[in-house]
Design a binder for this molecule. Structure first.
Ligand SMILES: [Zn+2]
Length: 78
């Protein structure tokens, strides 16, 4: 599976490079976000906006531009 894909980003309003969750911390954050609706969500189906000229980090699903309402962004490590 490719590690980077171009997808439309809801927050940016344009096509942007996206990356998959890169470590267990990020996978756990997505699990927490999705747990109520889809307890067995496949976290690698979620993609994080990797726009380089703006700190977006909006999270989308491979098939849905806006899986969370309001949109959620991947927090930076503490
Ligand atoms: Zn974005």
């Amino acid at each position: 599976m490719p590690r980077e894909m171009t997808y439309p980003c809801y927050t940016c309003g344009s096509d942007q490079p996206h990356r998959q969750p890169r470590d267990d911390r990020e996978r756990d954050i997505i699990r927490e976000l999705t747990h109520a609706r889809t307890p067995h969500a496949y976290v690698d189906d979620y993609w994080i906006c990797g726009r380089t000229d703006y700190d977006c980090r909006n999270i989308r699903h491979a098939w849905r531009v806006k899986p969370f309402d309001p949109p959620r962004k991947m927090p930076e490590p503490d």
